[in-house]
Design a protein around this ligand. Structure first.
Ligand SMILES: Cc1cc2nc3c(=O)[nH]c(=O)nc-3n(C[C@H](O)[C@H](O)[C@H](O)COP(=O)(O)O)c2cc1C
Length: 336
């Protein structure tokens, strides 16, 4: 019965079957996971970071396990726009869920060129601009840690695409809320919070850093409290919707992110632990929402304004659709 609950909504202009998406870099181009579960059940998925030209990434070793998480320094390895558009996208657009393309460049011009191309490409439902990768010298977090560059790159990309534009933020700044505000002021439709947290591991026997890149990005359950706080801060600062990311491993985590202010969430590292986790989380979420009484409006067939029942910040909920019940959870912890 609870499996039939409708969790659909429109977040940042992107239609989502439910608020559970797969995060960039942990879900390849989506196709690999088809052998584990029916990927069409996802609210959507975000593809591996894409650049104009193919990129080999950093030398190995580039991942290592850490307590409750992992470090990675992949360095945005990808197949480049042409191969993606010609070989991957035709298959992705047939899956039947929203496809969000994560993209980056070494320069503002490259970001703009990517945004232009993605704007012209059928089958891309939204753009997620990565200005937050800690593992590359140019672009990435080098852009997302500077307010002026963030302003320039967001407004330049906004100028060339009318598709939903989401900006993915780094936690490696003094006050993430300032960056959220700059994104909103320059036309972003939403923000993704957060990318990985810079970290490092040293092998005590070789006395050398474990990763060839020396440092990497920490992800997984270890970073969840950091991410929840950053979603909390951003929700206070802006009215555009927030995609909450960081260490999500169970339905309870999803609700926690919603209470902090996320309109939808992305699942990253836990896909490596259990490749079918996203499907399970969607089912578990429906059961949990019922248990929490958060689906009552839907089940009663009563339509309320998004988040209205709990006096939610309407615009920040950023979502319209049938599942009004869970939308009342979005940002609710700010009101208690
Ligand atoms: C191996 C790996 C590759 C990643 N690649 C990208 C990427 O290409 N673009 C991006 O914006 N984020 C990338 N991320 C960051 C994730 O999308 C996510 O923001 C982060 O891992 C935190 O979520 P999690 O704790 O659920 O993994 C990557 C993460 C991992 C672990």
């Amino acid at each position: 019965m609870s499996k039939n609950i409708d969790l659909s909504s429109t977040v940042a202009g992107i239609e989502l079957k439910n608020p559970v998406l797969a995060a960039s870099g942990t879900f390849g181009y989506g196709l690999l996971y088809e052998k584990f579960f029916d990927v069409s059940v996802l609210g959507g998925f975000v593809t591996k970071g894409l650049s104009l030209k193919p990129k080999a990434g950093n030398p190995a070793p580039r991942i290592c396990e850490t307590p409750s998480g992992m470090l990675n320094a992949i360095g945005l390895q990808n197949i480049g726009f042409d191969k993606f558009a010609g070989q991957k996208l035709p298959k992705l657009s047939k899956i039947g869920t929203s496809v969000i393309v994560n993209f980056f460049g070494d320069t503002i011009d490259e970001y703009v060129a990517m945004a232009e191309r993605l704007d012209d490409t059928a089958g891309v439902h939204g753009l997620e601009m990565n200005i937050s990768c800690p593992n590359v010298e140019k672009g990435g977090a080098a852009f997302g840690k500077d307010l002026k560059t963030t302003e320039k790159v967001v407004s330049a990309c906004r100028g060339v695409t009318s598709k939903p534009l989401i900006v993915k933020l780094t936690p490696d700044v003094a006050d993430i809320a300032e960056f959220a505000r700059v994104c909103e002021a320059n036309g972003a439709d939403g923000i993704s919070v957060i990318n990985t947290v810079p970290g490092m591991a040293i092998d005590i026997r070789s006395r050398k850093p474990v990763l060839a890149n020396i440092t990497g990005g920490l992800s997984g359950p270890a970073i969840k409290p950091i991410a929840v706080r950053m979603v909390w801060r951003c929700y206070e600062a802006v009215d555009i919707p927030i995609f909450g990311i960081g260490g999500i491993a169970c339905a309870e985590d999803i609700v926690e992110f919603m209470l902090a202010g996320a309109s939808a969430v992305q699942i990253g590292t836990m896909n490596f632990v259990d490749p079918s986790i996203c499907a399970r989380l969607i089912d578990d979420l429906k059961i949990l929402l019922k248990e929490l009484g958060a689906n009552e409006a839907y089940e009663a067939g009563g339509a309320t304004e998004a988040g209205g029942a709990n006096g939610a910040k309407m615009t920040n909920a950023g979502a319209t659709g049938a599942a009004d019940g869970y939308k009342g959870l979005i940002g609710a912890a700010h009101r208690t």
